[in-house]
Design a binder for this molecule. Structure first.
Ligand code: ZN
Length: 382
């Protein structure tokens, strides 16, 4: 009798265990296709990892998205709303620069508690993240009355994206940058997960060599981005043109080993090093051993907000960034409190550029293209 009970017990335990193992499989470890050896680097290869997914399901998802968009026309603000919101799409935009996110506060490290506080502060003050590519495309699509902010992360350090193994399951470390952003987005869905990771490959990006594929997939699936920071973190101010091409093209090639067809569109200069004028064109495009690269935006290391893409001073070849440190953040949050007219404030409609009448002469006409320009003056002012 006892033996029978024991047998039943062992059998059910085995079934439970096998079911459990099936449910807790770690994030996809399916092999990913390698890029073709002859990488032409032509600019029409827009094929993203999306292309690898089930096309029918994707179509459906796309249709749903489009329907949603049709239901919700972008707002066209009334005079009353203009006066209340006071959009200024010629205002400045902060591009924040982070390196390590960890348990210390240092020049190159932001404490994870403080990084979380940075997100809270941004959120409360009406900032909403956009991607760096949104600046390149001049496609700033955030709610009316809000200010775009770009989060950038250099050097693909361990604290930017770490997995923890818990009960044989992989979870994203709640203390790493991606974990903090994910939690924050879950609590505040209108603060989307946007950001650009300027990876290097001299060590496995974000460390944990066996999990790089999962991390790269996660970043892209969530709508975040990978940018160029050279393969070996080389100072391009002192590199010869051969080295420049090699460093920038190898970065693209390596990125595409994880993300076939991915277009790396911007470069954050290691050490902020700008090459001399005759060598500068190699920052923007070049080729090495069959891989070509094209950087549409160049990010610097210091130290002020960037002009709006609609502003005549906007220069994709020299995008300044602000260090994500307490001192710098305090300084610039304070600046925008004192000079609110310098801050980019969205009209909520990516197809219109709304600005105060008196700023008209600052528009960069060639960047506005088919967008409608709306100007307004406040009642009572002349
Ligand atoms: Zn760096």
């Amino acid at each position: 009798m006892n033996k029978k009970i024991l047998l039943v017990f062992i059998l059910s335990l085995a079934i439970i265990l096998s079911l459990w193992a099936g449910c807790t499989s770690s994030p996809s470890t399916s092999p990913t296709p390698k890029p073709s050896p002859e990488d032409t680097g032509s600019d029409i290869e827009k094929e993203s990892p999306e292309a690898l997914k089930d096309p029918e399901a994707e179509d459906e998802k796309q249709n749903e998205k489009e329907e949603e968009r049709e239901d919700k026309d972008p707002p066209y603000l009334t005079q009353e709303e203009l006066e209340k919101i006071q959009p200024n799409e010629l205002g400045e935009i902060m591009i924040l620069m982070y390196h390590e996110i960890g348990d210390r506060e240092d020049t190159w490290e932001r404490h994870y508690d403080n990084f979380k506080k940075d997100l809270e502060r941004l959120y409360e003050k009406g900032y909403r993240p956009i991607n760096l590519n949104d600046l390149i495309d001049n496609n700033i699509d955030i709610e009316a009355g809000h200010t775009p902010v770009v989060l950038t992360f250099d050097d693909s350090t361990a604290g930017q994206f770490r997995y923890l193994e818990e009960k044989e399951e992989l979870i994203i470390d709640p203390h790493c940058a991606v974990g903090i952003m994910k939690d924050f987005n879950e609590k505040n869905p209108d603060f989307e997960m946007k950001g650009t990771f300027y990876t290097i490959y001299s060590a496995p990006p974000f460390r944990q060599g066996n999990l790089v594929q999962e991390k790269m997939d996660f970043i892209i699936d969530k709508g975040m981005e990978i940018g160029n920071h050279t393969y070996n973190h080389v100072n391009l101010a002192s590199a010869d043109t051969k080295t420049m091409e090699k460093e920038l093209a190898r970065h693209v090639k390596k990125t595409r080993e994880y993300l076939p067809g991915y277009q790396v569109r911007s470069l954050a200069l290691p050490y902020g090093g700008i090459p001399s004028a005759p060598e500068e064109p190699y920052l923007y495009s070049g080729e090495y051993q069959g891989t070509s690269y094209k950087n549409e935006a160049i990010l610097l290391v210091g130290s002020n907000p960037a002009p709006s893409p609609h502003h005549k001073n906007f220069n994709l070849n020299r995008l300044p960034r602000i260090r994500g440190s307490q001192e710098q953040l305090d300084q610039w949050f304070d600046y925008f409190e004192r000079y609110p007219e310098r801050r980019y404030v969205s009209d909520g409609n990516p197809d219109t550029v709304t600005i105060p009448e008196n700023l008209k002469e600052n528009l960069k006409k060639e960047n506005i293209k088919e967008k409608e320009i709306r100007t307004y003056s406040l009642t009572g002012s002349d």
